[in-house]
Design a protein around this ligand. Sequence first.
Ligand SMILES: Nc1ncnc2c1ncn2[C@@H]1O[C@H](COP(=O)(O)OP(=O)(O)OP(=O)(O)O)[C@@H](O)[C@H]1O
Ligand SMILES: [Mg+2]
Length: 225
Amino acid sequence: MTAYFVTSTGTDIGKTFVTAGLIRYLREAGQAVQALKPVVSGYDSSVVETSDPAVLLRALARPVTADEIAAMAPWRFRAPLSPDLAAAREGRSVDFDELTAFSRDAIAGTTGILFIEGVGGIMVPLDGTHTVLDWMAALAIPVILVVGGYLGTISHTLTALDVLAQRRLTIAVIVVSESERDTVPLEDTVDSIARFAQGVEVIGLPRLPRGLNQHPAFARIAALL
Ligand SMILES: Nc1ncnc2c1ncn2[C@@H]1O[C@H](COP(=O)(O)OP(=O)(O)OP(=O)(O)O)[C@@H](O)[C@H]1O
Ligand SMILES: [Mg+2]
């Protein structure tokens, strides 16, 4: 079993898109693969189909049912806020020890590759004292760092790399997922980040047309896992 934590420099960067693409690629290659999205905020139970757990379940070719969603994403909150605030709106909280125990059990119980998608960026608060970084450090599994292609992403990415290194986390690969509004050529961003990434592979994933989640970049990322 090999588990990876999928994190990013912020929200809406491409964690779920990259994870779903990798799942599809690995399944087609005949590999066993699983995914979890333990904490979701902005979860609207009336629009389940576009939620992160639903996207990942479809990539896994599993049915999008209430039970499957509950198993993949036990901590779901309605407000589109950081998990600590979204939970508080419902009089709830994320129990950090329960979250890490849930993640560890899944890691121990998975055969093949397991992707655990984080929530928001690297240092989003989960409760009053822990951020996603503490969750990653507790699990101590390699990280897939998904970053954007926008002007400013190099500084955000290098800051993230420094923080991950401080906590002794291994980075399996950095994926630059291009957005519609990027004004910088993707290859230039990839090259710049690679110059400072101290040997970590940096792979560019162009903006794909709506509905398409296949690209040769996924094979290159999968080869590094
Ligand atoms: N390379 C890409 N090509 C096409 N669409 C993309 C690409 N990367 C991301 N997207 C789209 O951008 C949006 C945001 O991506 P995604 O949902 O994967 O972000 P996220 O980091 O998982 O966000 P969250 O913090 O909410 O979990 C989605 O609609 C996704 O399909
Ligand atoms: Mg996501």
